[in-house]
Design a protein around this ligand. Structure first.
Ligand code: ADP
Length: 268
């Protein structure tokens, strides 16, 4: 029947992907999508075959982060995509799958109940032309609800892990650690945590200071056995890179502290 047929299609698609990494934060605005985009671009720059699955249904920003604003879906025998991936003129040879490519325009809000979200997550994994990949990075929406549960069910038995992103404040930590606990309860290893917006350097005097109070993230992570991978400072170039559609990690003029943090994330 149709359901069984769809299941086989998804399984076949997932079989050609070596590793799936869910990037999650639970809370919005902490830089999860930014870290996901730079992780994907950083892995790509090291020669890995990488895909970016944007599971953020209500705020699908990955198309923008990779300069695909306005791109629309193309259907081929191999599945859904936005471009001919063999085209060497593409800035990033990275496969991006996003709901953004399927919407009529970029302004209309997506107003969906759970059943639609469940179906979209299945399409994201099973209908896009991921091709053989070393890594599929999944940009998760905030929350430990429908999208995360659906993916956890769908990816059972796959080589899947989670990367946690948070900011130093207690509110962000508390939320992010809930997402980590969800993963651990589901038997999904959490490879580590990126502490984003951890400090900022004054462009005038070059002194650094912290905007957010440090709420003891290290101890919380230790308790859960999650390694702290990197501390990423606030950097205006990072914000500009997102808007310009080019992950900062590919920019040779990147701040050394930011470059180091991203290298640590890619290494992990
Ligand atoms: P989330 O996915 O957690 O909602 P985003 O990655 O979309 O968050 O980041 C929110 C905004 O903050 C984006 O405009 C992004 O460019 C910016 N941003 C994220 N991290 C940093 C940083 N370390 N320095 C400067 N801007 C950042």
């Amino acid at each position: 029947d149709k359901q069984a047929h769809n299941k086989t299609l998804i399984e076949a698609r997932l079989e050609s992907i070596d590793q799936i990494v869910l990037v999650l934060a639970n809370k919005g605005g902490v830089g999860k999508s930014t870290v996901a985009a730079n992780l994907a671009a950083g892995l790509g720059a090291r020669g890995f075959r990488v895909g970016m699955a944007d599971a953020d249904i209500h705020g699908p920003n990955q198309s923008r982060f990779f300069g695909f604003t306005g791109a629309r879906i193309r259907v081929s025998e191999r599945g859904l995509g936005t471009k001919d991936y063999a085209d060497p003129a593409m800035a990033h040879d990275l496969r991006v799958g996003s709901l953004a490519f399927m919407l009529q325009d970029d302004e209309t809000p997506v107003v969906w109940r759970d059943a639609y979200k469940h179906d979209f997550v299945h399409h994201l994994m099973g209908s896009f032309d991921w091709g053989p990949l070393d890594f599929l990075i999944v940009d998760m929406p905030p929350g430990t609800g429908n999208e995360l549960i659906t993916l956890a069910d769908l990816l059972e038995g796959c080589n899947v892990s989670a990367l946690l992103v948070t900011t130093p404040q207690a509110v962000a930590q508390m939320d992010s650690l809930k997402a980590a606990r969800f993963c651990l309860e589901r038997g999904m290893p959490v490879v580590g945590c990126v502490e984003n917006m951890a400090g900022v350097t004054c462009p005038h005097c070059k002194g650094s200071f912290h905007i957010y109070p440090d709420a003891g993230l290290g101890e919380q992570l230790d308790r859960l056995g999650i390694p702290s991978i990197a501390k990423l400072p606030l950097d205006p170039a990072l914000a500009a890179g997102s808007d310009d559609g080019k992950p900062l990690v590919l920019n040779p003029a990147i701040e050394p502290a930011v470059a180091t943090a991203f290298a640590q994330v890619v290494d992990a």
